[in-house]
Design a protein around this ligand. Sequence first.
Ligand SMILES: C[S@@+](CC[C@H](N)C(=O)[O-])C[C@H]1O[C@@H](n2cnc3c(N)ncnc32)[C@H](O)[C@@H]1O
Length: 345
Amino acid sequence: MADVRLIALTRTGFEPECAQELEHELAARGGSGYAQTRRDCGFVVLHVHDAPQRKLRVGELIFVRQLLPVRVSFDALDTKDRVGPILAEAKASGVMLSDVWVETADSPDGEQLRGFARSFESAMATALKREKRFDARSTHRLHLFAHSGTHIDVSIATHAETAPWKGGIPRLRFPSEAPSRSTLKLEEAFLVLLDNEERERWLQAGMTAIDLGACPGGWTYQFTRRSIRTIAVDNGAMAESLMATGIVDHLRADGFRYQPNKAVEWMVCDMVEQPIKVAERMATWLREGWCRRTIFNLKLPMKKRWPEVQRCFAAMRADVPFELDLRAKQLYHDREEITVFATRA
Ligand SMILES: C[S@@+](CC[C@H](N)C(=O)[O-])C[C@H]1O[C@@H](n2cnc3c(N)ncnc32)[C@H](O)[C@@H]1O
């Protein structure tokens, strides 16, 4: 059987971790293949020789923002007619499409292609509409990954198996009332790591959250805007606007020693510390039942990031006597870190 190729989009500079994770997950699911990448190109190509027993899913991968199975690759499109060959491929598939996205890498090269991607997407949409290839009820989307203006990979994938944002990047607007830009990290984490139903059920007015390393309050803001009472633990200064809500208690204490006197729904943690120290503390909170669920950052070292993530997760699993539901992503609004959601499975 011919190799299947997948394009995995990632943060520029994280290609090695993305490649390691893909190869690891492919082998863990009984498949075989190899990952190929270039430094700072913002994507990895996974060549699959033997299909895994369970498909790789973007939602289960940490360093992958978008995952596209390549159906066909056009590497020398004629600039006079780029639409024609892709349209023919879409028609030949026999699949009705919900829409079309042209995606690029989040890299300097990808940035140069943004204008082309926008105009090509609208040209493709016009052609697909004319040929009656769109059906609003379809669960399939046409994804075109542009390596350049003449090199385009074509994918047809279901909404369920791909990220619901172009390039896997949710474009969030910074709320002007929030005291720091890190607020976008927690907002993105809620969007990426929880599904709609979990967000509704687990983020309800009247709940209580604890924010370790809270100052100046960007993460606390995500709770107060949902009328969730928050205990902010940090020796720094909290934004006055948050204290004025009347639902924030600011405790000047060490976040690694602090223990709540009753169990809470949420504990979040953005303290800058060694990842293993943070991971172990988070496991303690879950094991002791001090919180139902947690979202926290692991600030990764420059090198050996993938082994470090595995070490932290293994330590957490070893620390609790129950199964853990661990979900993690290197978010668009993260820097040299990943954001993790954990709860008892
Ligand atoms: C990256 S900032 C947090 C930003 C915050 N999440 C926001 O959105 O505004 C890290 C914070 O952790 C606090 N911190 C670091 N170590 C701590 C500790 N051991 N106990 C409590 N706070 C700590 C620092 O004072 C700092 O305010």
